[in-house]
Design a binder for this molecule. Structure first.
Ligand SMILES: [Zn+2]
Length: 267
């Protein structure tokens, strides 16, 4: 299995990183994509990827932190050239395989929406310029985000709709553009529609992820999530699709490798 979205740099893992990685490897996790969400976490993702052969990194500014790049009216902040230059330098690191997580989050609205839109647009352009795939974070903003991606340019190198929570239309939108759906703990939750949407999508569009330390699958709700719990998400995906867990591993690993074929491949 590959954990295609994890935040091992978070303070929730302080002092426990080595054992968390070990438990995940013992559970069959062969690679981790550690996702950045601001400059510090992007830098930490790269450090992790430099010191572990099975960790890859992404760099990006999360919609929660969009005010790093733009103000409440969506205008560039005075120091924008410096921040974009730093982000671009990080993105050029050989262990970085994608830009992300970027997108729109109208659920928590931690940054003003015009700032979120500006940050998304700027980073979509950077991904295209550097020819990198994109990890998208979209929450309660599916219609607008997908329209923005179409307007400003579907990434040539593809993308992941992380922690997928769209509907049937977004599944078809992703299929037509060759995007992958990041499926994690929420598929195990009661009343989730993800089982139905994963069946609609088919295994060729699925990547497994934890989003750890957040979104733990059943039976670990209420606890800190970690990559070894990916087995519960895999079991659910396998049962929804009528596949064996081994078949889910093989196909989702193939999907991950196809998306990131341009980067440093991990075993
Ligand atoms: Zn995340």
């Amino acid at each position: 299995m590959i954990d295609s979205h994890v935040h091992l740099n978070r303070e929730e893992f302080a002092g426990a990183q080595a054992e968390v990685l070990q438990r995940a490897r013992s559970a069959g996790v062969t690679a981790f994509l550690n996702v950045g969400y601001d400059l510090a976490s992007s830098t930490e993702s790269i450090s992790l990827a430099e010191s572990h052969a099975d960790i890859l990194a992404t760099v990006g500014i999360h919609p929660h932190d969009a005010t790093l790049l733009a103000d409440a009216d969506g205008r560039p902040v005075p120091e924008i050239e410096d921040i974009l230059a730093r982000l671009r330098d990080l993105a050029k690191h050989p262990r970085v395989v994608a830009i992300g997580e970027i997108g729109l989050d109208f659920y928590r609205d931690l940054s003003p929406r015009p700032a979120q839109r500006a940050a998304l647009k700027l980073q979509l352009a950077m991904a295209e310029d550097l020819q990198l795939p994109v990890v998208f974070h979209i929450r309660d903003a599916w219609t607008e985000t997908l329209a923005m991606i179409d307007e400003f340019g579907v990434p040539t190198c593809g993308g992941i709709l992380h922690s997928f929570s769209g509907n049937e239309d977004s599944v078809e939108w992703a299929r037509e553009r060759g995007f992958y759906l990041g499926i994690g703990g929420p598929i195990t939750y009661k009343n989730s529609r993800l089982d139905f949407l994963v069946a609609l999508a088919g295994i060729e569009m699925i990547l497994l992820e934890t989003d750890a330390p957040w979104l733990p699958p059943v039976p670990h709700r209420g606890q800190r999530n970690e990559s070894s719990y990916l087995v519960h998400t895999r079991a659910k995906v396998a049962s929804v699709l009528g596949m064996t867990e081994n078949e889910v591993d093989i196909q989702t690993t193939k999907n991950f490798r196809r998306l990131f074929a341009g980067g440093p491949l991990v075993s």
